[in-house]
Design a protein around this ligand. Structure first.
Ligand code: ARG
Ligand code: ASP
Length: 711
């Protein structure tokens, strides 16, 4: 995951691997380069510009919430897809942003020299200095422009980069396939290979008449980019060079053995246990009722995505013996530090060890608090949302604001109850509570849970049942009625409500018993990691170190290739439309296939996108990716778009901690399948016409000088 400003130093290796263009063609601050087509989409995903009129390509799962937002029973875009047949029909999305990187610059020296000039800083003081210097650097960088800038830490604060960005605020939905294509295979196929979905959606960036970012408005016009990616319809072959450019969220490749031990043996297993318990309840309820299936679709997807990833991560870390390797590396580190009389480095691993001993119980408390309150029974956070009406009742009443606020709440609670089933929620609570109580140190548990023993003879199910039976927050009508009470009465009722009290108690125990010490220890771990990683670089100057992903722009390169992920298992790198039809289960939520796609398949009507009667669908490549790389472009050696990244194979999910080049593969939609769906399936050929289609081994991008080919 290379930082793009450093590509010059690996240009030779990339050329040997099959790159036909220069580092400067990929990242330049002097002229248009590929980086000018790469967008941080909505802060969490990546997208890329694929036309001179600001057309953006990203994943279906990245556009999912927007598509859902525009969907209704009459216009069910999730189910049927959406295609704007002209620009006037494109749909606006207030709040959705598209951010370009104008430039990145290593400003480590300025930040680190300021830090060095001050003695004995605590972590908190250190952070303040970094913030102050960073803000000054950022301010200078954008003076007189409409750009934004931040200074971000890399390598645990051993390096700092200035990042100057340009953010567009009018990003419209242009097209999305039906979920039966975009999310074909659902959770069953998620994180798995072979894969058969076209996980894409299309947006367009709009700018003011001056081509600069503007608030959403009628008078905005399609943005003219500095660069748009040519789309290669000539196809890809096994062994072809490939690179990915995007915004990977976070990796942790320098973790100590103590941290890996925590993830592998405590955090992941506990979170898997929690989610497996809640998914058992939710999945069964969704199978039993269509209403529940629709109500819980989105929540279930969120819970199950990480759940399935963690299972893969645990398996992968075990198979790679990551913990053993970490311990071996730490022994080597210690030996080297001793040989060189580096007392500071000799001390750092024992320090991390003792820090983790203190940290683990707090981390468990925090992680399970998050699982309980943010991914568990929804009534907790919902009830907590009424805090203002309860705690500030007297003041609100005195200011004459209580009634308006209460009516407002009464008016929008339907949004919550529409997708809520109290009996499912109650079962989720019952399923999670014993796991929570058995694993979180008692002192860190909410006081409200003591009633289980004092009033319910230790029967936590009975305690939960009582909560749901008595709470006003588990029933829409009951809550509406309560909200009509005089303010004082409402506040009194809510304050003793079992759901409200339990929610407050969860938050209080977390904020008072867990978070303060957790923060102190996290700071100390961060400081120790800074020393540890710096030591690695000093002890092994010949090794290449790339900084962990941190949601900044990165490039990784490799090849289009399959893998041998497990004993006797071989993954071929390509899937085809035949595989879609093989998986077809009429009427199934995950594996239904639209009639029209079946007809196109039966007629082999693939237009210019198929090859010899075969329609390519997905492929794998050996690119190092992580969450946030979704929607990233996969490019060939000439910088032409060949695929759209959207996932990893299950055997790759440990790559955030240890990347194994033999096993780890990212999963892409073949760009030809995307074009086929747009043109032949959806009849939106005008969008394909906007793009610049190129053939395999065609001329390099206009404006880019080709260097001699080393292949
Ligand atoms: N696994 C993909 C990534 O982590 C998300 C895929 C979304 N699709 C799904 N069926 N949940 O974001
Ligand atoms: N699906 C992930 C994303 O949304 C990508 C990954 O984790 O491989 O960014």
């Amino acid at each position: 995951m290379w930082v793009p400003t450093l590509l010059k130093s690996i240009e030779g290796d990339m050329r040997t691997a099959g790159l036909h263009i220069t580092a400067e063609d990929i990242y330049s601050i002097n002229h248009g380069s590929i980086k000018d087509a790469i967008v941080h989409f909505g802060g969490g995903c990546t997208a890329e510009v694929i036309s001179e009129e600001g057309l953006l390509l990203t994943n279906h799962h990245c556009g999912f919430s927007v598509i859902q937002e525009h969907s209704s029973l009459e216009n069910d875009y999730l189910k049927n897809g959406f295609w704007a047949m002209d620009k006037a029909s494109e749909l606006r999305n207030p709040g959705l942003t598209a951010t370009f990187i104008i430039r990145m610059e290593d400003v480590s020296e300025r930040v680190l020299s300021e830090l060095a000039s001050q003695q004995d800083l605590t972590e908190v003081q250190r952070r303040e200095v970094v913030m102050r210097v960073g803000e000054a650097i950022a301010k200078e960088a954008v003076e007189g422009t409409h750009y934004q800038a931040v200074v971000r830490p890399f390598n645990y604060g051993n390096a700092y980069f200035l990042i100057v960005t340009e953010t567009f605020r009018d990003v419209r939905l242009v097209g999305a396939p039906p979920s039966s294509i975009g999310k074909f295979g659902g959770d069953t196929d998620n994180w798995m290979w072979p894969r058969h979905n076209a996980d894409f959606s299309i947006f367009r960036i709009y700018a003011g008449p001056d081509n600069k970012p503007a608030d959403p408005s009628e008078s905005n016009v399609p943005f003219v980019p500095r660069h748009s990616l040519p789309v290669n319809i000539g196809g890809v072959e096994e062994g072809d060079f490939a690179m990915i450019f995007g915004f990977p969220g976070s990796t942790q490749r320098y973790l100590s053995s103590y941290a890996v031990d925590y993830v592998l043996n405590t955090a992941d297993p506990l979170r898997i246990k929690m989610r497996s318990a809640s998914l058992a309840v939710i999945d069964a309820a969704m199978r039993n009722s269509d209403k529940t299936r629709i109500q819980y679709a989105d929540k279930q997807a969120g819970i199950s995505n990480a759940y399935k990833k963690w299972i893969g991560e645990v398996r992968g870390l075990k198979e790679l013996r990551t913990l053993d390797h970490k311990r071996e590396q730490e022994q080597v580190y210690t030996d080297m530090a001793m040989k060189r009389d580096r007392l500071d480095l000799q001390a750092v691993l024992p320090e991390l060890k003792s820090l983790y001993e203190a940290y683990v119980p707090l981390a468990v408390s925090r992680d399970l608090f998050v699982e309980m309150v943010y991914y568990g029974p929804e009534v907790l956070r919902f009830a907590d949302g009424f805090r203002e009406l309860v705690e500030d009742q007297a003041k609100l009443e005195a200011d004459g604001k209580f009634r308006t606020k209460a009516d407002e709440r009464a008016g929008n609670i339907h949004g919550f109850f529409k997708d809520y089933d109290a009996s499912v929620d109650e079962q989720v609570f019952k399923a999670l509570l014993p796991i929570y109580r058995a694993n979180v140190p008692v002192a860190n548990q909410p006081a409200a849970l003591r009633e289980i023993d004092t009033r319910f003879k230790g029967d936590s199910d009975a305690w939960v049942r009582d909560l749901y039976a008595r709470s006003i927050f588990t029933d829409e009508a009951r809550l509406k009625k309560a909200l009509m009470l005089p303010s004082k009465k409402f506040a009194k009722l809510a304050a003793v409500d079992p759901a409200y009290r339990t929610a407050r108690s969860f938050f209080r125990s977390f904020l008072e018993q867990v978070r303060p010490e957790h923060a102190v220890l996290s700071d100390r771990i961060e400081a120790a990691m800074r020393t540890y990683v710096k030591g690695m670089m000093e002890l092994e100057p010949e090794r290449t170190f790339w900084p962990d992903a941190n949601s900044t722009l990165r490039l990784s390169y490799g090849k289009v290739e399959g893998s041998e992920p497990r004993d006797a298992v071989v993954y071929e790198p390509f899937t085809t439309l035949d595989g879609v039809v093989d998986k077809y289960v009429p009427g199934d939520v995950e594996f239904d296939v639209p009639e029209r796609l079946l007809a196109l398949h039966a007629a082999k009507d693939y237009g210019q996108y198929g090859v010899n009667g075969v329609m390519p669908v997905c492929f794998t490549s050996s690119l190092h990716t992580t969450g946030g790389n979704s929607g990233s472009p996969v490019l060939n050696g000439r910088g032409q778009l060949i695929g759209l990244n959207f996932d990893r194979t299950w055997e790759s999910t440990m790559s955030d901690i240890q990347f194994d080049p033999e096993k780890c593969r990212n999963i892409c939609v073949d760009v030809r399948y995307i074009l086929f769906i747009i043109d032949k399936f959806a009849g939106a050929k005008h969008l394909v016409d906007e793009m610049k289609l190129v053939q395999r081994e065609a001329d390099p991008m206009p404006g880019i000088i080709e260097l001699p080919i080393h292949r």
